[in-house]
Design a protein around this ligand. Structure first.
Ligand SMILES: Nc1ncnc2c1ncn2[C@@H]1O[C@H](COP(=O)(O)OP(=O)(O)OP(=O)(O)O)[C@@H](O)[C@H]1O
Ligand SMILES: [Mg+2]
Length: 254
């Protein structure tokens, strides 16, 4: 029997470039993300990781290059259209509506998401399901403003998951967390993947990235420096020199 034709990747990025004035924040970056992967991005401060995510999520227009999802050109889509296409993101600086409760924050995301939520009660039911899945149900009626950093990061992911994405872009969800909280967060990423959502994950913590990712892309000054399995990245001389080789404590965490 002939092999089935492989499905187009859930995300294909082709020679993506973004200039801010004369600065190439992202330059000629190409890669593919396959369904079911946790695909990681590392690179020093200012390497272009957040800019790359912002372009994919439709918040920034690229200067050139293409983004495709399952073969469809999604480069020019607006953020709400991308959410409808199954792509959601979290922000490096968390952005809850602080004057709202945790439940109200997640309900809002349910309303704008892909689940056909037509009433307030349906949105509430859906939001509670997601909060419960994420172990956040006891915080539902609390104001978002009183959450700890770790819980705010979880709320950020919960809101993104309430849109029912096929692809979730997570930007530095472990920054500021303790080792125990980081390990728990990595477990959540695995559970999200096992639930059927492919994950793209930016983090400074190389140990966290290599522990959870199937494949890693290293950015440096906006360009792709290396790409491959965690073992490959950790042994690549170019990566060691540019990023991993600094003695502990020399690099600024950010
Ligand atoms: N809106 C903007 N206007 C001008 N320059 C920008 C803008 N956003 C980012 N930059 C610049 O683009 C480069 C890439 O920034 P970006 O935030 O994507 O890096 P990063 O890899 O996410 O860094 P970090 O690890 O610190 O979060 C940096 O030099 C940054 O100063
Ligand atoms: Mg960033």
């Amino acid at each position: 029997m002939a092999d089935a034709k492989p499905k187009p990747p859930i995300l294909e990025v082709e020679r993506l470039t973004k200039y801010f004035g004369g600065l190439a924040a992202v330059k000629d970056v190409s890669f593919e993300v396959r369904e079911g992967q946790i695909f990681g991005f590392i690179g020093p401060n200012g390497a272009g990781k957040t800019t790359l995510f912002s372009i994919i999520a439709g918040a920034l227009k690229p200067s050139s290059g293409k983004v495709r999802s399952r073969g469809r050109d999604i480069t020019a889509l607006k953020p709400f259209q991308l959410v409808q296409a199954g792509i959601a993101r979290t922000h490096q600086i968390v952005r809850p509506f602080r004057e709202m409760t945790v439940l109200e924050n997640v309900k809002l995301a349910s309303h704008f998401g892909r689940k056909n939520v037509t009433s307030d009660s349906a949105a509430e039911e859906h939001a509670m399901q997601i909060l419960t899945w994420f172990g956040m149900e006891t915080f539902a009626q609390k104001s978002a403003s009183i959450l700890s950093v770790g819980l705010q990061k979880r709320l950020e992911i919960t809101r993104a998951m309430a849109t029912e994405p096929d692809l979730l872009l997570c930007d530095e969800i472990c920054g500021g967390l303790t080792h125990v909280e980081t390990a728990a967060m990595l477990d959540w990423l695995r559970r999200i993947r096992d639930r059927g959502t492919t994950v793209m994950y930016v983090e400074h913590d190389v140990k966290a990235i290599t522990a959870v990712c199937d494949r890693i892309l290293v950015l440096n000054y906006g360009r792709k420096l290396s790409e491959g399995a965690p073992d490959h990245i950790q042994q690549d001389p170019a990566v060691i020199e540019a990023y991993l080789g600094h003695p502990p404590g020399r690099r600024q965490e950010g």
